[in-house]
Design a protein around this ligand. Sequence first.
Ligand SMILES: NC(=O)c1ccc[n+]([C@@H]2O[C@H](COP(=O)([O-])OP(=O)(O)OC[C@H]3O[C@@H](n4cnc5c(N)ncnc54)[C@H](OP(=O)(O)O)[C@@H]3O)[C@@H](O)[C@H]2O)c1
Length: 332
Amino acid sequence: MTRTVRFHRTGGPDVLRLEEVDPGEPGPGELLVGVEAIGLNRAEALFRSGTYIEPVRAFPARLGAEAAGVVRAAGAGVTGLRPGQPVSVIPAFSMNDYGVYADTAVVPASAVLHRPDGLDAVGGAAVWMPYLTAYGALVDTGGMRAGDTVVLNAASSSVGLAAIDVAARAGARSIAVTRTPAKKDALLKAGAAEVIVSGGRAVADRILDLTGGQGARLVLDAVAGPGVIDLARAVAPGGTLIEYGALSGEPTPYPGFELGMPALNMRTYTVHELTTDPRRLRRAEAFVASGLRTGAFAPAVDRVFDLGDIVEAHRYLEAGAQIGKIVATTGR
Ligand SMILES: NC(=O)c1ccc[n+]([C@@H]2O[C@H](COP(=O)([O-])OP(=O)(O)OC[C@H]3O[C@@H](n4cnc5c(N)ncnc54)[C@H](OP(=O)(O)O)[C@@H]3O)[C@@H](O)[C@H]2O)c1
């Protein structure tokens, strides 16, 4: 039996229960992982509350898609990963099928990466989702090149902070946008070329000023909702507005018509595009691992909780004061 976080109905953080559950044996193509640290993501708060892009299929439901630990056992057909190896689990599966908020969890081997030397469990649970999402959206999908200007909305999010590093490594200039004045210095320190404190208000004019009226070739947005019309005004002709989250919780209009049909590309993006395509994932893994080796990339960890305090950790996640990743450790 292993401690596992489950919930029996959707709702706020207090629906989460720490229960003793049989983790089962790894089947073909699966691994049993001894979990040391778990990276918390907004997707889990949404899944738990029944507002995620994918509804909960059955109760009790499990949670969690990002973790670090050690391989305990490998199922049939798994190659290249063996018991004792330090690994990270990345989001490449549905939480209706697997969940890593546990001391031990079965996961698909296709969602498991070697943990680079020198990366501890907390870092190994915090680094992949942000950097893979940022690389996937900006480089793999957006084709970001040296000299581009990119706007990063919700820049203090774990993905936003990774995107600052990914832009710098590609030779692009990042304009970070935050609602919160207190986060400005942290974003400058994180390497953003410019920081706009929006206070939740329109930012397009300021972005146009900073780009000599041109706008940005890529705008990466996790907020969506009515604010996309303003953000779309800041996209350079032929540039792309990439929507990868819906933090606003409000309906999102299509800005192309509102703005008189400019040459605007607008695209939704999920990291699963990358993590479920082995060839693209290998390229992304190499990019992130090389950034980690040189020190250009590093996990940004805001706060570490104990798995036993998962309710409190989810409350903290939803309060939105963090700068970087929230991690829960199992004490293994
Ligand atoms: N598509 C994908 O594959 C993918 C992958 C990872 C994450 N995501 C999505 O990306 C978003 C960020 O995820 P994360 O885990 O990096 O987030 P996070 O670390 O929890 O950061 C959230 C930050 O977003 C900012 N924000 C702006 N508008 C907001 C609003 N209306 N409500 C709440 N926060 C708002 C806040 O910072 P300020 O105070 O600076 O504004 C807040 O601290 C989430 O929507 C998540 O679902 C998508």
